[in-house]
Ligand binder design. Structure first.
Ligand code: PLP
Length: 369
């Protein structure tokens, strides 16, 4: 199988597995235990916190480990209280958009921040947002389907100046482009381990000092009482190691991915009527979302699967649905063209040859149809 779906998940780096293994066998102590075995586990967690802090330029003490990006996003929104106003971007992941709707039903006021045809938030939209300012704006750094990267630093500056707190879902950006909590100056940031060659079921929420976090999980003092429950020590160790590797290898990784993406886009464009969404916008170096009028994306995905290619027709979490991608609809793309969308998200093991073979296969399937 040729795996082209690294925004859905990445394979575990062998070096990460190696770091994790002792914590699945020899060092099984509970990090809350006061004796040596417990202290060992505790110090492994503290080390992972430092590794993640180094990757994203954040204070280690402000990092809360969670079960993944979804929980981090849910926890970020839970910092709001009754009658608070929340604004979310229209292209957010369901772990923000659906969580926001659920909170709206209970106690929040919710509004949406529109994007333009390139998936970007415009200055006009920001100016409008400031007229009736929300308490918190949730704006993802990079989109999981299109790969579009927002100019979040500029956006945050403007929102902060107007007393609006900012949360960013940096799950897809992490490990692909530089992500700095300090430089972006956001109040809250969500991360996930399995998008950076770490284990699944582990993530983090980073928060600005002084910000009140309302825990979702209660019943233990773990994570400074922000997230109760015995820590997933091995996964946290793995996340830390994956972060350490991402820090060291980031520039090499993004150069390699960008070269592959450029080749893929050049070859894709030899297919008539090919549309690469947000083509001229800053995007993640590994992500290409494309469509062709008259092609059914789900059908093409299944045919590619039969030929041994793993691709996505959009967000993995939303697959199986027949509706066009809400992200493309938010960008004003025609529903029919949106339904043809196929996402290729490249990873470190992909090669030029795989891309050339893929294009050959794609052409055969498209011309046959
Ligand atoms: N946010 C974005 C942008 C994502 O792409 C994903 C997963 O696809 C998540 C959040 C959820 O992360 P996790 O799978 O760790 O719960």
């Amino acid at each position: 199988m040729i795996y082209f779906d690294h925004n859905a998940t990445t394979p575990l780096d062998e070096r990460v597995l190696e770091a994790m293994l002792p914590f699945l066998s020899t060092f099984y102590g509970n990090p809350s235990s006061l004796y040596r075995q417990g202290r060992l586990a505790r110090s492994a967690i503290d080390n992972a916190r430092e590794q993640i802090a180094t990757l994203v330029e954040a204070p280690a003490s402000q990092i809360i480990f969670t079960s993944g990006g979804t929980e981090a996003n849910n926890l970020a929104l839970a910092s709001l209280v009754a009658h608070d106003k929340l604004a979310i971007c229209t292209t957010e992941h369901p772990s923000i958009s659906e969580s926001a709707v659920s909170l709206q039903k209970r106690y929040l006021k919710l509004s949406h921040i529109n994007v333009d045809s390139q998936g970007l938030i415009t200055t006009t939209t920001l100016d409008q947002l400031i007229i009736n300012p929300p308490d918190l704006a949730s704006i993802m750094l990079a989109n999981n389907e299109t790969g579009v990267v927002q100019d979040l630093e500029t956006i945050t500056q403007q929102l902060r100046a107007n007393g609006i707190k900012v949360h960013t879902d940096a799950v897809q950006a992490l490990g692909k482009i530089p992500v700095s909590f300090k430089q972006l100056a956001v109040h809250l940031m969500s991360l996930s381990s399995h998008k950076i060659y770490g284990p699944k079921g582990c993530g983090a929420l980073i928060y600005e000092k002084g910000l009140k976090i309302n825990p979702i999980l209660i019943g233990g003092g773990q994570e400074h009482a922000h997230r109760a429950g015995t820590e997933n020590v091995a996964a946290i160790v793995g996340f830390g190691k994956a972060a350490e590797l991402a820090k060291v290898e980031l520039s090499h990784r993004s150069k390699k991915l960008l070269a592959l993406r450029s080749q893929l886009e050049i070859e894709l464009k030899t297919i008539p009527n090919m549309c690469i969404f947000a083509e001229n916008t800053e995007r993640l170096p590994n992500t290409v979302l494309f469509g062709m009028p008259e092609v059914d994306g789900e059908m093409l995905l299944m045919k590619l699967d039969q030929k041994g290619y793993a691709v996505s027709s959009g967000s993995a979490c939303a697959s199986g649905g027949k509706e066009p991608s809400p992200i493309l609809i938010a960008m004003g793309i025609e529903p029919k063209l949106a339904k043809s969308a196929i996402r290729i998200s490249l990873g470190l093991s992909n090669t030029q040859k795989e891309i050339t073979n893929f294009i050959h296969q794609l052409k055969t399937l498209v011309y046959q149809a």
